[in-house]
Design a protein around this ligand. Structure first.
Ligand code: SAM
Length: 280
């Protein structure tokens, strides 16, 4: 396990993923009934943007660095407010960036719960220390790929599973499909959100056509790219597969994504898409 999210925290892909995560959590809060957020690849929780790792890539500067100082107005501003409220910084650039378990936890109500899985011992220890004594959060040093086959459904029977692996090993796209299939079998009504990188075009296209041809119901694909597709190493964008998306999500993302794309654009190839892959 070589991947460390500290090098990438707060980059454009994190902003996109976390803004959508926050919209889904806000939707779940429309009903009083409790829900659970399950984060299968959680990371360490809080990232210091002045750290050696963050400084080495400077990726956050083109992500939360831009969004935290952008003048966003109107509906997009209202829709982004819950996400931005979880990132400290009083209107200026933040000095820390929260990872997905911290963003989720900051948005939960007292009746809701978080279960987070992290396999890297150091990141797990940091995350467990962060949530020590928090009875709403359970932090597990376990393989997140086992969640779909063994830990679903949660007792609340409402909620979201975030699957955000590091993509450092071959076969992650296949594992995502397997996790979705198992997840649907065990929890047909659960919302699932899976992250993938836009950098291996062939693999992404195979992944998408496998999902389109699968029997998995109610899947959408959302992507945000900050620059032209290129064979150079590194991400030019990222995508999310969402199963059982809230019915309001399309309209919300049609407000948010054009703004995030414009603000984080690195060249004229910046763009976004929202596409249905399988029917409800
Ligand atoms: N979800 C986090 C966020 O949005 O802030 C970022 C997660 S990062 C992309 C992937 C994390 O998965 C890393 O912290 C890595 O140590 C962890 N990881 C890798 N393999 C894992 C596994 N099999 N089970 C659980 N965690 C794993």
């Amino acid at each position: 396990m070589n991947y460390r999210h500290a090098f990438h925290a707060g980059n454009f892909a994190d902003v996109f993923k976390h803004a959508v995560l926050a919209r889904i959590i806000e939707y779940l809060k429309r009903k009083e009934a409790p829900f659970r957020v399950i984060d299968t690849h959680a990371g360490r929780g809080i990232y210091d943007l002045a750290s050696v790792e963050a400084g080495k890539t400077g990726e956050w500067i083109n992500g939360i660095g831009k969004i935290s100082t952008a003048r966003i107005t109107g509906n997009a501003s209202d829709l982004l407010a819950p996400y931005l409220s979880t990132v400290s910084g009083d209107g200026g650039e933040p000095d820390q960036y929260p990872g997905s378990p911290v963003i989720a936890r900051r948005l939960l109500r007292k009746q809701d719960r978080l279960s987070a899985f992290e396999l890297h011992p150091e990141d797990h220890a940091e995350l467990a220390a962060l949530f020590a004594g928090d009875w709403q959060a359970r932090i597990n040093l376990l393989d997140g790929w086992l969640v779909s086959g063994a830990h679903l459904p949660p007792k609340e029977k409402r909620g979201l599973v975030l699957i955000d692996p590091p993509f450092e090993k071959a076969g992650e796209f296949d594992r995502m499909i397997d996790a979705l299939q198992k997840g649907e079998r065990r929890w047909p009504g659960g919302i699932f959100m899976l992250w993938y990188p836009l950098k291996h075009d062939g693999e992404v296209e195979r992944f998408i056509s496998a999902l389109r041809g699968s029997a998995i119901r109610d899947l959408i694909r959302v992507e945000l790219q900050v620059k032209k597709a290129s064979p150079e190493p590194g991400l030019y964008g990222s995508g999310l597969i969402i199963k059982n998306p809230p019915f309001v999500l399309k309209e919300e993302l049609e407000s948010i994504l054009p703004v995030l794309t414009t603000e984080m654009a690195q060249d004229a190839g910046a763009d976004w898409r929202f596409e249905r892959l399988t029917e409800e």
